[in-house]
Structure formats: C-alpha cells, structure tokens
Ligand binder design. Sequence first.
Ligand code: MD3
Ligand code: FE
Length: 216
Amino acid sequence: MTADLFADVPPQQRVEPIADGAVVLRQFATSEADAILRAIDTVATAAPLRRMQTPGGHTMSAAMSCCGELGWVSDTRGYRYQSEDPVTGTPWPAMPEVLADLAQRSAAAAGYRDFRPDACLINRYEPGAKMGLHQDKDEQDFDQPIVSVSLGLPQVFQFGGLKRNERPERVPLCHGDVVVWGGPARLRYHGVLTLKAGTHPATGPYRYNLTFRRAR
Ligand code: MD3
Ligand code: FE
C-alpha cells in the first residue's frame, strides 16, 4: 500500500514582489494549465501562430497569435493593435473565458481590481528563440497593468530599467508562473534570453507566454 501522502497538498503558490509594481505569482496557473493549453490550440486553429516581420525587416523568432477584440501586429509598416488578423483577414478569435477569467483573477491578486483585457498576445518559443529588450508601449493607458502567464519549458526573463542602457536583472519563469506588471514597472525594458532545448510534459519542446493587455 503506497498512499500518496501529497495528493491533497496544493502546489507551492507564492507571491514574490520582484520590483516596484511587479509581482510574480508562482504556480498561480498550474492547476489550469491543461485547460489554458486547449484554449491556445483553439485560438491557433482559427488564427495560426506565425512569425511576424519587424519594422526593420527581420523575422521575429517567437511565433505569435492573438485573441480578444484586438491583436498586436508587427510588420514592415510598424507595430500596432488591430481588430483583424492580417493572415486570415477576419476578426481575431474571442478571448476564451478560461483565459479572461485567469487574467482578471491574477490582476486582482496583485491589487488591480477590475482589469478587463481586450487583447491577449500568445508567444510560442522553440529552442533558440528569444525576445530582445523592449518596452510595451503600443497600449493607450499605461495605468493598466499587463498580466503574463508562462507555460511549458522554463526561460530566463530579463527585467531592465526605464532606459535601455540599464543592466537587466534575470528571473527564471517556469510552467504556471504568472507575473503582473503595473505602476512604475509598466514601462521597464524587458525580454527573454534564448530558450534552451528540452521537453516539458505539458508542451513538449515549447514555451508559451500569454500577455493580457488593455490596448484601448
Ligand atoms: C514587463 N513577452 O509579449 S513576458 C511581450 O516571455 C513580452 O514572451 C515576454 O515581452 C515573453 O511583450 C515577456 C513578461 C512581460 C510582459 C510584458 C511586460 C514583462 C513586462 C510589460 C511591461 C513590463
Ligand atoms: Fe513585452
């Protein structure tokens, strides 16, 4: 008889402030991960993951899609939010309830009581993929936070200052981790280092990151 002594022990959820205005909710999404991944599959069936062009003519290494009223788009004309997917020419898929609900509960746990995202950007990283230091400033109201959810392989997040030249801190983000970025952290430079190869039971060779935004 080998009873599972830990069957009823909840995952190690912790709240870690990582900077003024930024809170990591470790393992906040772990119990919902499979439902979130099914929602990502549903979105990606209608709005395929694609590698976008940068205004400078490069191809991003992360594959992206969006759901919600607005989606973030990059091409040689610039960065913007728009209501249609340029690949299909149709509106982005609606934000699945499981995603909208998670975003709202995460923001509330960090003190933002009525966060109603109108855009969710889905990033999928394969080994070798990264995202260089940048600011998220295509949204209209910087008083609104951004909620990020990491799933699958771990990846090192880089968190810099308000100027590109400040040396970034490194924070590993793992399966189920949620981060809420608001207040003075909202316009800080950030990015992720190159994803190392591996296999995660839930996502295989990939890391997914969802970012929930209020674009308008
Ligand atoms: C700090 N994504 O989609 S998530 C992005 O892992 C993006 O895919 C990264 O940066 C990723 O724009 C990082 C963490 C994150 C997201 C948005 C932020 C940190 C942030 C906005 C402001 C400050
Ligand atoms: Fe970003």
